[in-house]
Write a protein that binds this ligand. Structure first.
Ligand code: ADP
Ligand code: ASP
Ligand code: MG
Length: 815
C-alpha cells in the first residue's frame, strides 16, 4: 500500500482536484492507496478567522460561512455528476449547518474555548475529503471515505494534540486489514480525543496524518503531493535560484522542516522514520518531475550543505547577570518557566561564561515569556543579581543544514563572512550538538538578502549576483548598458558573475524592477517609468535590500555626487565616473573612503582619471605594495589634447572646440575643460590617491583663457568670446611653433606642489607625440626613480569611459 497526501493548493478548486484524481487513478492501477487530503486552500484560515470574529462579537463571521459554503458547492458542481450530487449536497449542507451552530454559539457567548476552536478548524478537511471521495468513486467505484477521527486518537491538547500511537496503530491496522477498497480517502489534520471531541494535529498537520496512516498500514512509501517540485535547497518562493534536492536523509529533512521549510510539517518524519518508510515530495502540477526522496540513505554529495531554511517572527529573550555564574539550575528554571507557560523554545545559546542565556521563541509569546521569567526570577532581580530579562522582537532564524557538515571545517566562518559582507547583522549564533545545522538570528528585514547570499555562496557554484542601480543614461550610460547587455552571458559563464540592472534613472524618469530590467528594451522601460525623485530612488534601493547592490553614477551632477554617503552607509557599493565627490573638500573624500571601509562597500572611481585607462587601480597597487609617489607629470584631458592637436592656422580655435563638443569629448559645459578645472580635479584625485592631503585651492591653475572668456555664464556667450579672442589663441600657437614645440595642457605634482597649465612641449618629450584624445601619466616613485611608470592611451570617449565603469563593477564581482 501507498499513503498519499494532497495539500491545500493541490485541492484548491475543482480544476486542481481533477489533477489529483488523475494521479490517484493512475496510482490505483497498481497499488492500494490511502489518500489523505487537506482542506481547500485557505479554508482553514477562513474557519479560524471566523471563529475569532464570532467570539469577539463581529457578525461578519456569517459572510465567511457563506463563502465557505459557496466554495464547496462550486467544487461539487464541477466534480460530481448530477445524479450523485444530491446526497452529497445534503450531507455537506448539514455539516455546514453544524459549523454555523458552533459559530453562532461562539458569537452568543462571546468566547471560544480551545475545544470549540478545534471543532471549527477541522471542518475544512471534513468537507474536502467527502467531496473528493465522492468524485473519485466515479472513476474508481471501489473507493471509500473514512473519517480519520475514528482511527487516529489523541490526548486533549487542542490545537496540537499528541497521538496515542498504540491505540491509533491498532485502529488503523484493524480498519485497513479488513477493508477491501482500492482507495480510501481520509481527512488530514483531524483526530479525536478519548471523549470523542475533535482535535487537530497543528497547522500543516495533514502531512502528519498521512505519516501516521503510512506507519499504521506499513506503507511501501509515503507521498506528499504539493505545489513545488520537492524539498528545495531554500524556499523557492524567496530564493529564485533554489533547486529541488533529489535525495535527503530523514534527519536532514527533519532539521530543514524544523527550521521552517514549510513543505513538510516537522512531526511528519517521526512515525515513518521508525518504520523506515521512504517519503517522496512530489508536485501535483508537474507529476513527472523527480521530486525529493527522503530516506535513511544519505547520499554524500560534494556539498556538505543540503539546504537553508528560516523561521520568521522570532523574538530573542536574554537573561543575564552575575547571579547566574556558577549557580546551578538557572537554565533549568528558565526552561521550566517557559515550558509551564506552553512556550515553545526554538533556539538556545548560552555564553560559555554562563553569564547570560539567550532563547529564541515566537514573537507572539514574547510578552507572556517576559512576564513569566521576570516573576520566576523576582528575588534575584530585586537583589540586582540578574537583570530583568530583555526582549528583542521581529527577528528571524536562518539555518544551514547538512548531515556532512561535521566533516568540514570553516563552514560557520564562511556563513558569517558572507552575511557580514552584505551588512547582515548577526544577533545570535547556535550550532546543534549533532553539527547537522548552524543557525543564526538576524533581523527580519534582512532575511531575503541573507537567504539569497547564503544560497549563492553555498549552492550556486560561486556565481555572484550584482544588482546595479544606475543613475545617468546619457552618452556614456547608454554605452555602459549596451556593454552589460552584450557581456551578460559571457560574464555568467566565464566569470560566474550575474549582473542585473535593478534601477535606471535619468533626470526625468526612473524605473525599478526587482527581477532585473530587460536590457533589450531599457529605453522603453525608462520612458514609461515614473518621475525621477532622488530621495525615492535612494529609499527604494535601501528597501529592496538586495545583496551586492551597487550604485552607479554616470552623471556629472553635484547633487548626485552628494548622495554616495547614504548608499555606502547601507553597504551599497558606489561606482562613479563623476569626479565631483573625489575632488570636493578633502574631508568629504576622506569620509567617503572611510565609510567604504567601515561598511565593507567598495567605492570605485577609476574613470575619474583617464576614462578607461587603469590609472587609479595601478596607483592603488603601487601604494598597497609599499611604494611612494614623488612626482606626477600628466596630460589628463583628452578634450584639450584633441583641441590642441587639431587647432591650426586653417582650423580656428572656436571651430575645434565646437567639434570636440559635438563628438562628445568635452563636458556639456566646455569651459570646465578649457579653464583647466577638469584637469585640476583629476590631478587632485591622483594626488589624494597617492596618499597626500590636498585641496583644490592648493593647485596653481595657469589658465590660458582670457578673462572675458572665463567670465561668460552660458555656452553661447562662451563660444562668442572664443571668436572675439581668436588672435590670442593664434598667438599661443605661433609662439609654440616658433620654438618647434606643440601645445599640451599639462598637470604636474612635485615636492608637494601641484599645477596645471598650457605648456610648449619640445620634440624630445614623450608628451610631444600624444595623438588624438590620448592621455599620458608618468609616475616617479621610490621604485621608478629615473624612468617613470607610464600609462598612456585613449583618455576620453563614451565607449572607453563606459568600459572603465564596467571594469569597476566587475572588480566588485571578483572581490
Ligand atoms: P501544502 O498546502 O501542499 O501542504 P505548503 O504550503 O504547506 O503546501 O508547503 C509548500 C510550500 O512550502 C511551498 O509552496 C514553498 O513556498 C514552501 N517552502 C518553504 N521552504 C521550502 C523548501 N525548502 N522547499 C520547498 N518548499 C518550501
Ligand atoms: N488545513 C490545515 C492547515 O491549513 C492542515 C494542512 O493543510 O496540512 O493548517
Ligand atoms: Mg503543508
Amino acid at each position: 500500500m501507498i499513503a498519499l497526501k494532497f495539500g491545500g493548493t493541490s485541492v484548491a478548486n475543482a480544476q486542481n482536484i481533477k489533477l489529483v484524481i488523475d494521479i490517484v487513478n493512475q496510482k490505483a492501477k497498481s497499488d492500494k492507496l490511502a489518500v489523505v487530503v487537506s482542506a481547500l486552500s485557505g479554508v482553514t484560515d477562513m474557519l479560524i478567522n471566523a471563529s475569532k470574529k464570532a467570539a469577539s462579537k463581529d457578525e461578519s463571521y456569517k459572510n465567511s460561512i457563506e463563502e465557505i459554503k459557496q466554495k464547496h458547492f462550486d467544487a461539487i458542481g464541477d466534480l460530481v455528476e448530477s445524479v450523485n450530487q444530491n446526497q452529497l449536497l445534503i450531507r455537506i449542507n448539514s455539516q455546514i449547518n453544524q459549523l454555523q451552530t458552533l459559530l453562532d454559539g461562539c458569537f452568543l457567548l462571546g468566547e471560544l474555548s480551545p475545544r470549540t476552536a478545534d471543532a471549527i478548524a477541522g471542518f475544512g478537511e471534513l468537507l474536502s475529503s467527502q467531496i473528493i471521495a465522492t468524485a473519485l468513486q466515479q472513476t474508481i467505484p471501489n473507493s471509500n471515505f473514512k473519517d480519520s477521527r475514528e482511527i487516529i486518537k489523541t490526548n486533549s491538547n487542542f490545537g496540537k494534540a499528541a497521538v496515542d500511537f498504540d491505540l491509533t496503530n491498532k485502529l488503523i491496522s484493524d480498519y485497513f486489514s479488513t477493508n477491501k477498497s482500492q482507495v480510501v480517502v481520509l481527512p488530514g489534520f483531524i483526530a479525536n480525543d478519548e471523549n470523542g471531541n475533535t482535535t487537530t494535529l497543528g497547522r500543516g498537520g495533514s502531512d502528519y496524518t498521512a505519516a501516521i496512516i503510512a506507519n499504521g498500514i506499513h506503507a511501501e512509501s509515503l507521498e506528499i503531493w504539493t505545489d513545488v517540485n520537492g524539498m528545495y535547497t531554500a524556499n523557492p518562493k524567496i530564493v529564485k535560484q533554489a533547486q529541488p534536492i533529489e535525495s535527503i536523509s530523514y534527519q536532514e529533512a527533519m532539521e530543514l522542516s524544523h527550521f521552517g521549510a514549510k513543505v513538510l510539517y516537522p512531526p511528519t518524519i517521526q512515525p515513518v522514520l521508525k518504520a523506515n518508510i521512504p517519503i517522496w515530495i512530489k508536485n501535483t502540477f508537474e507529476p513527472n518531475a523527480f521530486g525529493t526522496l527522503i530516506s535513511n540513505q544519505n547520499e554524500v554529495g560534494l556539498n556538505p550543505i543540503k539546504g537553508i531554511s528560516h523561521i520568521d517572527n522570532i523574538a530573542l529573550i536574554t537573561l543575564e547577570g552575575s547571579g547566574m555564574i556558577g549557580v546551578a539550575g538557572s537554565s533549568k528554571r528558565l526552561f521550566e518557566v517557559l515550558s509551564q507557560n506552553a512556550i515553545n523554545v526554538i533556539f538556545i545559546t548560552q555564553a560559555s561564561s554562563e553569564h547570560s542565556i539567550c532563547v529564541g521563541i515566537l514573537n507572539h509569546d514574547a510578552e507572556k515569556a517576559k512576564l513569566a521569567i521576570d516573576s520566576a526570577f523576582e528575588i534575584e532581580i530585586a537583589q540586582g543579581k540578574i537583570d530583568s530579562c530583555s526582549v528583542e522582537k521581529d527577528l528571524c532564524i536562518v539555518a544551514l543544514v547538512g548531515e556532512n557538515m561535521k566533516n568540514h571545517q570553516g563552514l560557520s566562518g564562511k556563513m558569517f563572512s558572507t552575511l557580514g559582507k552584505n551588512n547582515v547583522n548577526i544577533r545570535a549564533i547556535a550550532q546543534g550538538a549533532s553539527e547537522r545545522n548552524i543557525s543564526v538570528v538576524i533581523n527580519e528585514k534582512d532575511v531575503k538578502k541573507a537567504l539569497n547570499t547564503l544560497h549563492e555562496r553555498f549552492f550556486e557554484d560561486n556565481t555572484k549576483q550584482l544588482n546595479l542601480f544606475v543613475m545617468g543614461v546619457g552618452n556614456v550610460g547608454e554605452k555602459f548598458i549596451d556593454q552589460i547587455h552584450q557581456q551578460k552571458k559571457f560574464l555568467k559563464e566565464n566569470l560566474k558573475i550575474n549582473v542585473r540592472v535593478i534601477a535606471l534613472s535619468n533626470s526625468k524618469k526612473m524605473v525599478f524592477n526587482e527581477e532585473g530590467i530587460d536590457l533589450k528594451d531599457w529605453k522603453n522601460a525608462i520612458e514609461n517609468g515614473e518621475n525621477t525623485n532622488v530621495d525615492e530612488f535612494i529609499s527604494r534601493a535601501k528597501e529592496l535590500n538586495l545583496r551586492n547592490s551597487i550604485f552607479v553614477d554616470i552623471t556629472a551632477n553635484y547633487d548626485v555626487a552628494s548622495i554616495y554617503e547614504q548608499f555606502l552607509k547601507q553597504s551599497i557599493a558606489v561606482v562613479t565616473c563623476n569626479k565631483i565627490a573625489c575632488s570636493s573638500q578633502y574631508n568629504n573624500y576622506k569620509n567617503l573612503k572611510s565609510l567604504s571601509r567601515k561598511y565593507n562597500a567598495p567605492f570605485l572611481f577609476e574613470t575619474n582619471v583617464g576614462a578607461g585607462l587603469p590609472i587609479i587601480d595601478t596607483l592603488k597597487n603601487l601604494i598597497a605594495s609599499g611604494d611612494k609617489v614623488n612626482r606626477i607629470n600628466a596630460v589628463l584631458s583628452g578634450s584639450l589634447n584633441f583641441i590642441f592637436n587639431n587647432f591650426s592656422e586653417t582650423y580656428s580655435f572656436h571651430d575645434v572646440v565646437k567639434e570636440a563638443g559635438l563628438q562628445g569629448f568635452t563636458e556639456p559645459d566646455p569651459k570646465i575643460d578649457l579653464s583647466g578645472i577638469d584637469v585640476a580635479r583629476k590631478i587632485l584625485i591622483l594626488i589624494r590617491e597617492s596618499g597626500n592631503m590636498m585641496e583644490m585651492e592648493d593647485i596653481v591653475n595657469n589658465c590660458f583663457l582670457p578673462e572675458e572668456c572665463m567670465n561668460t555664464t552660458n555656452n553661447d556667450d562662451f563660444f562668442a568670446s572664443l571668436i572675439k579672442h581668436s588672435s590670442h589663441f593664434e598667438q599661443l600657437l605661433a609662439d609654440a611653433k616658433a620654438n618647434d614645440s606643440r601645445l599640451k595642457f599639462v598637470a604636474s605634482f612635485n615636492q608637494g606642489k601641484a599645477s596645471v597649465g598650457l605648456q610648449q612641449i619640445p620634440k624630445e618629450s614623450p608628451f610631444y607625440n600624444l595623438e588624438g584624445k590620448d592621455n599620458i601619466v608618468e609616475f616617479y616613485t621610490d621604485r621608478y626613480i629615473d624612468q617613470p611608470l607610464i600609462i598612456k592611451g585613449a583618455g576620453a570617449g563614451a565607449a572607453v569611459t563606459a568600459s572603465g565603469i564596467f571594469a569597476d563593477v566587475i572588480r566588485i564581482g571578483n572581490v
